[in-house]
Design a protein around this ligand. Structure first.
Ligand SMILES: Cc1ncc(COP(=O)(O)O)c(C=O)c1O
Length: 311
């Protein structure tokens, strides 16, 4: 957890230092451990990119086969890592929803166990450690708000579970839990659209496009759980154009010395927005998630910033 240099009540939860450079390691470390425990031999996953790398790494360590389906335009690092960890990688001309369909169609015949988020019980258990840690790191107190870059939303759901458990354990005083702030890109914002129109579930987002590749989830499987949590916590779902996300990424790089992932920069844009709007006050203690290392995204971030590779 890094305290911002400029905003003394902003704590950046830096997930880029996890194995494979993103928070996806938390869920897949546990899911693959349990898969090995239960004797599974072949795993399959649709991924927006970072889950692929994490699954490939843990599967390699466990000696289990990993079959990965991801969009063909994922950040290059996600492709390279998955291939080098020895996974069977298929690049799909489509989005994670198309990848999910392929896994569902083929898994029975191929004998694959589908390790997609919320279709097995352990990834969420791994992800919930983010909730335990942030409360511990703040001295066993809740922040006023938690900003979470939201694709499938498993981290948000996992953290809420952690807060319930922390209260049951008596490790935090039951009271006002943090407002959960889901953040998406305007290029793929099904949760924000559903939240704003008061729907209980989201509608499939058409032509999803954003350089925050982890946020390109056009129809999250657990949307109804997320929408309930947002409401119960008094939070909101917000989305911002990629230009604003990029501007915030540059701002944090230059003024804080932190190279955010595009998904993480969506959190920082959202914070600025909610301070400006008065929804939050500068004295409110908040946690912003940087869910991955900026260095995994040099190709997509350079393209968004108009930087060319020197020849
Ligand atoms: C860096 C990063 N941030 C956020 C997300 C969205 O995570 P979730 O699907 O748990 O909402 C992803 C998903 O791939 C990601 O890779």
């Amino acid at each position: 957890m890094l305290r911002s240099k400029r905003y003394s009540n902003v704590f950046l939860k830096e997930e880029g230092a996890n194995p494979t450079g993103s928070f996806k390691a938390r869920g897949l470390a546990l899911a693959v451990t349990m898969a090995k425990h239960f004797g599974l031999k072949k795993l399959a996953v649709p991924s927006a990119g970072n889950a692929a790398g994490a699954l490939a790494a843990y599967a390699a360590a466990a000696g289990i086969e990993a079959n990965i389906f991801m969009p063909k335009d994922v950040p290059f690092a996600n492709y390279v890592e998955a291939v080098l960890y020895g996974a069977n990688v298929t690049l799909v001309d489509g989005l994670i929803s198309d990848c999910g369909r392929i896994v569902a169609e083929r898994k029975e015949k191929e004998g694959w166990f589908d390790i997609s988020t919320l279709k097995e019980p352990f990834r969420i258990e791994g992800k919930k450690t983010m909730g335990y840690e942030l409360v511990e790191q703040l001295g066993w107190e809740y922040p006023a708000a938690v900003f979470y870059p939201t694709g499938g939303g498993v981290g948000l759901i996992g953290m809420w579970k952690a807060f319930v458990e922390l209260e049951e354990l008596g490790w935090v005083k039951p009271g006002r839990r943090p407002k959960m702030i889901a953040v998406q890109s305007a290029g793929c914002a099904p949760v924000t659209r559903a939240f704003e129109s008061g729907e209980k579930v989201s509608q499939m987002w058409q032509n999803a496009e954003t350089f925050a590749s982890g946020l390109r989830v056009p129809k999250p499987y657990g949307d109804y759980i997320m929408l309930e949590i947002l409401k119960e916590s008094g939070g909101v779902s917000l989305s911002f154009p990629d230009e604003q996300i990029l501007a915030s990424l540059k701002d944090w790089a230059k003024n804080e010395g932190v190279f955010l992932s595009p998904e993480g920069a969506a959190s920082t844009v959202a914070y600025d927005h909610l301070i400006k709007s008065g929804y939050l006050k500068p004295e409110d203690k908040v946690v912003l998630f940087n869910t991955g290392a900026g260095l995994k995204y040099t190709d997509v971030t350079a393209k968004a910033a108009g930087l060319e590779q020197p020849s």
